[in-house]
Write a protein that binds this ligand. Structure first.
Ligand code: AMP
Ligand code: ZN
Length: 114
């Protein structure tokens, strides 16, 4: 998708600090971190949101969580705790319509998202 910022990051047309990449996913630092560790795990395939997820994507979504878990360990969050968040649609505050998993941690977080 030419006009999708995350597709452009995945194809190296737009800059990002990439912390992990393989055949299926790319992970990079969020440009506006809300916690000391804030990484986005993004499928290389352009899927707009969880609303577009199908059964054929099940392994991909599982892989996104495995990668997020590895990054949580790599950033020393496994014992401290962290959140994995996927915003879907306007009322959840989704602002980039390419599916992504937020890995956030590194400080105590309130129950409610701000
Ligand atoms: P969401 O609100 O769940 O759609 O999350 C989108 C996230 O993407 C926000 O936390 C943004 O700060 C982040 N973001 C937007 N553009 C970029 C970019 N070029 N590089 C890194 N993160 C970005
Ligand atoms: Zn995209």
């Amino acid at each position: 998708m030419k006009d999708c910022i995350f597709c452009r990051i995945i194809s190296s047309e737009a800059p990002a600090t990439i912390v992990f990449a393989d055949e299926f996913v790319t992970a990079f630092f969020d440009i506006h971190p809300i916690t000391p560790v804030h990484i986005l795990v993004v499928p290389n395939e352009h899927i707009e949101s969880v609303n577009e997820v199908e059964e054929k994507h099940a392994a991909l979504l599982g892989h996104m969580i495995v990668v997020a878990r590895q990054l949580a360990f790599a950033n020393g969050l496994d014992q401290r705790g962290y959140r994995l968040v996927i915003n879907t649609g306007p009322e959840a505050g989704q602002s980039v319509f390419h599916l992504h998993l937020h890995l956030i941690g590194g400080r105590r977080m309130p129950f409610r998202f701000q």
